[in-house]
Design a protein. Sequence first.
Lengths: 222, 241
Amino acid sequence: MSPAIVVPAEQALTESVLTEDTAALDVIVAAGDGFAGIVPAGGEFRIVDLCGNQAADTLFYDAADLANRYSAADTIREQGAVYLSTGSRLLSADGDELVRITADTCGRHDTLGGACAQESNVVRYGTHTRHQHACRETFLRVGAPYGIGARDLGHNVNFFMNVPLTSDGALAFADGVSAPGKYVHLRAARDVLVLVSNCPQLNNPCNGWDPTPVRLLGWWSA
Amino acid sequence: VTADVHGSGALLEHVIPPAAHWSLLMRNGRSLTLTARQDGANASVLLFAAHDRVDRLNIPDTLKAQMSGRVCAPMVLMSDRGTALASVTGPSLAWHDAITGHSRDVDVAAFGPSSYAADRNEWRRSARAGLLTELRKHGRDRADLHACVNFFSKAAVADDLRGTLSFVAGHARAGDWVTLRSEQDLLVVLSTAPHPLDPAWAPGAVAASVHPAAPWEPDDPSVTFRPESARALAAARAVFA
C-alpha cells in the first residue's frame, strides 16, 4: 500500500491582484475544446477552474523557436520537486524560463501524467475508447495554425490535476485537489505560445467524471 | 539473478565509453542488454519507432498506464501512438529514473572548463549535446527530443507536499544490467554522461549486447503484468497489420 499524501487546506495558496475587468483576454473554453495564443513577454495569464476538478492540459513554447518547448523533466529536476505551484519556473528543453507561476489558489499541479490520446485511451481503458475525444486531438487541431505538429507535442502540464507519485515508486490518478473558482496565474518570461486542451477524459476522476468549462484570462498591453 | 546474455550468439557487442553517445537500429524481436561497467554509471536513453517519423517513447503514458513513477521489469515502454516499443525483461535494479531528464551543457560546465583541444576524448560533454548529435545523424533534431529513461540512476521522491526529489548516489554498481526486448523495429539513442543530479563527474562505461529474442507468449511477464501492458503489446503487433 502506498503512503497516503495529505494535502492540507491551509497549504501555501497565493492570490493575484489583477481583476477580470482589466483583462485583454477573456475566453471560456468549453469542455473538450481548446485554445492557442501568444502571451507576450511580461504578460500575465490565468486559467480558472470554473466548476472544479477540471484538468487543463497545457503546453508552452518559445514563440520564436517552437523546438524550445516546455520540458517537464527539466522543470521537475531544476526545482527539485515533482509538483508545480507558486514560484515554479516552467523551463524549456534549452533551459529557458518560459513562464512562472505567480499565484495559485489550488495548491499543486501535475506534470507527470501527460495528455490523453485516443491511442493511449485504448491502452488504458480498452478498444471501446478509441473514438472518444482526447487532448491530443485538441492539441493537434489548435496547434496546427501555429505550426505545431505531432513532433512538437512534448509532455504537458495538467493544471488542477492530482497525480501523486509516492516514495515507493507508485503513481496514481487521484481525485482533484481543485474546486470551483480555483485558478493558477502565470507570467510569461518571453513571448510564449500557449496551447490549452480542456480535457475531455471520461474514464478516470481527473475531471470529476464530468468535463466542465475553464476560463482563460490574460493581461498585457497590445 | 544473472543475465545469460554474455555468451556466444550476440548479433552485436559494443562498449560505449564514459560520457559518450551512441545509437543503434534494432530489429523487432531482439534483446538489448545494457551493463554498467563502473559504479554510478548512467545511460540516458531515447527510443523511436524506426519506421515512423513521429512515433517515439512517451514517458507520461508509460508511467500512468502502469501506475508507476519509475521504470522497472516487466514494464512495457510505450509510444505516443499507444504501442509497445520495448519490454523491460530483466533488470538487476528495481528503479530506473524516468522523470528528471538528461544533463545539459550548463550541468557539465559546473565541473569546470573542458574541451577536446585540452582533454582530447576525455572531454566532458553533456547528454543533451550527445543525444542531439546522435539524433542529427538520423535526420532528427531538437523537436524529436523527448523525456528519456536514465537507466542505472534513481532520484528518490519524498512523500511531502512538493514531492521533493533527491539523487541516490551509487544506485548502480558495476555489473548491474537491464534488458529491453524490442517489440518493433527501433532507433535507440543513448548517452553515458552522468545523471544531471549527480554531484560528481564520474561517468561510467556501458556495455551493450544484442541477441535474438523469442516473441512474447500469453504467459510473458510483461503481458500478464497489467491489462494496459498487454494492450500496448498487442497494439505493437498490429502495426503494419
